[in-house]
Design a protein around this ligand. Structure first.
Ligand SMILES: [Zn+2]
Length: 117
């Protein structure tokens, strides 16, 4: 898998964690466990900012657009379906051995897509 794609997936994972920490129920549970969700959120934000700076500007801008529009900008392809919009992707597209060697977007919803297998 190419670095740019790995970074986009990591950016998405960080955004999910940051958003989870902003969730009051999850935050309450973390405090019960003796964790400090506020400082964790701050650290995750710093990690996110650092990571975002290393991502190609065009991908970063597209990521931000997709994230604000859909909530999730990077989704896996499962059984040739985009897991964002459930569109069946063309077989040739899915069969390519280099499918994770470039940054691809879903032809239907435009989200970044990657293959797990
Ligand atoms: Zn899609």
């Amino acid at each position: 898998m190419i670095k740019e794609l790995e970074k986009l997936i990591s950016l998405h994972d960080l955004d999910v964690m940051i958003s989870d920490l902003a969730n009051k129920d999850i935050s309450k549970q973390e405090k019960k466990l003796g964790l400090s969700p506020d400082s964790a959120a701050e650290r995750l934000q710093k990690m996110r900012s650092k990571l975002a700076l290393t991502i190609d500007r065009k991908y970063r801008d597209l990521y931000d657009q997709l994230a604000s529009h859909y909530g999730n900008a990077v989704v896996p392809v499962v059984n040739q379906l985009c897991s964002g919009c459930f569109t069946q992707l063309p077989t040739a597209f899915c069969a390519s051995p280099e499918r994770n060697d470039q940054v691809e977007t879903c032809p239907s919803c435009g989200r970044f897509i990657y293959w797990c297998n």
